[in-house]
Design a protein around this ligand. Structure first.
Ligand code: PLP
Length: 421
């Protein structure tokens, strides 16, 4: 079976994990710190805070930016639920803006037209690894005093061009915080894992604090037990209770255990060395698919090739574009005109499965999920373009260890699907 996605683990990756297993550290140790430094350098970010998964990174982004009850956070409906859930975790209202079908990403024009005064952050999701028009999204959000979080979980190592320059996701000035996922189907894996990137020293320090129970052992950050207390009992803190020995730590915020292990970061460091190779192979496969599917009249290839979007002048004077070589692709999602084909999506998936080809449907518009409908009263028709995209979407296999024969098998299986209509 050729799955729609899978990890690529080399002997070097295995050796790196084994070396880590033989070291003194299993959880947070030198591999975590080294992975953070190397990852930040790779994308050109000042700070990288690695955590147990990208959902945790998105949650920390909300906490760090002070998003909470009474705030609205707008994202794309075509994403994994985690992009929106992070806002709900902190008591904010997750809301959704329709996509531009040409890009499958949040449509800046719709974002601007539907802006509500309580919106405090935008979570811009780079669907499939195709970057959002970040300069335009940042212009809109910042003109309203809102933050920009880029959920770049699909695009590790990718980038775009703007202002006549190439930028990497996580290393450009149009996101306040960027997150990546290291789940096995993503471009680089640590098993489970994620990272939060920012240029802001305070936000990075806060994310580190919140990553481990809101606890600090750094004496320069201590506020003291007695001084913290506003109650009249504070003077009951005897010298013995106030003593700060080598055991001493302070919990300054209520938080979680979002740590990642040294084992995982050893794998991450080894995978990072292979990232350019992963990205190149994914581009190669996408390019082959684009070419092979170009003449099928019931199938539309994704918007992966040369794109020049929103050439309107903005206050940042940004012209934004990307081409296939700029992209790190997680998914290859085609749009199929099932009525023209005369078959349902279930039938097509079944037909492909019988030939050993795994496919997936990504994503159900998040606001249609039962919890979202029940909690916020969202209903079908909220984002019509996202709903249309969903009804036509089918993600085909895309991962670096696919052989050329695997790729040709997928192509032949698609090409051979018989039109019944
Ligand atoms: C767009 C997007 N955001 C966030 C996440 C959450 O990542 P993780 O599984 O690492 O928590 C995912 C994972 O599928 C995702 O696809």
């Amino acid at each position: 079976m050729i799955p729609y996605g899978r990890q690529s683990i080399s002997e070097e990756d295995i050796a790196a994990v084994v070396r880590s297993l033989r070291s003194d550290f299993l959880t947070c140790g030198p591999e975590v710190e080294a992975f953070e430094k190397e990852f930040a350098a790779f994308v050109g970010a000042k700070h990288a805070v690695v955590v147990c998964n990208a959902t945790a990174a998105l949650h920390l982004a909300m906490r760090v930016l002070g998003i909470g009850p009474g705030d609205r956070v707008v994202t794309s409906p075509i994403t994994f639920v985690a992009s929106a859930n992070a806002a709900a975790y902190v008591g904010a209202i997750p809301d959704f803006c329709d996509i531009d079908p040409a890009t499958t990403n949040l449509d800046p024009e719709a974002l601007e037209a539907g802006w509500q005064s309580d919106t405090k952050a935008v979570v811009a999701v780079d669907y499939a690894g195709q970057p959002c028009n970040m300069p335009e999204i940042a212009r809109i959000a910042r003109s309203h005093g809102a933050f920009v979080i880029e959920d770049a979980c699909h695009g590790t190592g990718g980038g775009f061009q703007a202002n006549g320059q190439k930028w990497k996701l996580g290393g450009h000035p149009w996101a306040d915080i960027t997150t990546f996922s290291f789940h096995p189907v993503k471009t680089l894996t640590t098993g489970e894992g994620g990272v939060l990137l920012t240029e802001n020293d305070k936000w990075a320090a806060k994310a580190r604090l919140l990553r481990t129970h809101g606890i600090t052992r750094n004496p320069t950050e201590f506020t003291g037990l007695a001084e913290q207390s506003l109650s009249s009992n504070s003077d009951l803190l005897s010298p013995v209770l106030a003593e700060r020995g080598p055991w001493y730590y302070e919990m300054q915020e209520l938080s979680y255990n979002y740590r990642i292990t040294d084992l995982q970061c050893a794998l991450g460091r080894s995978q990072l060395q292979r990232l350019p190779e992963f990205i190149a192979r994914r581009q190669e496969i996408a390019s082959r698919y684009n070419q092979a599917f170009a003449t099928i009249d019931w199938l539309q290839t994704p918007a992966l090739a040369s794109r020049r979007l929103d050439p309107r002048p903005s206050t940042l004077d940004s012209s934004f574009s990307y081409q296939l070589p700029d992209l790190s692709l997680h998914l290859y999602t085609v749009q199929i005109d099932f009525s023209r084909l005369g078959k349902t999506r279930i039938e097509v998936m079944h037909e492909l499965k019988e030939q050993g080809i795994g496919t997936q449907v990504l994503y159900i518009p998040v606001y249609l999920q039962p919890w979202y409908r029940r909690t916020y009263g969202y209903a079908p028709g909220k984002c019509t373009k996202a709903e249309e995209f969903y009804t036509l979407a089918l993600s085909l296999p895309l991962y670096p260890s696919m052989s050329d024969a695997d790729v040709e098998k997928v192509i032949q299986s698609i090409v051979k699907i018989k039109r019944l209509a």
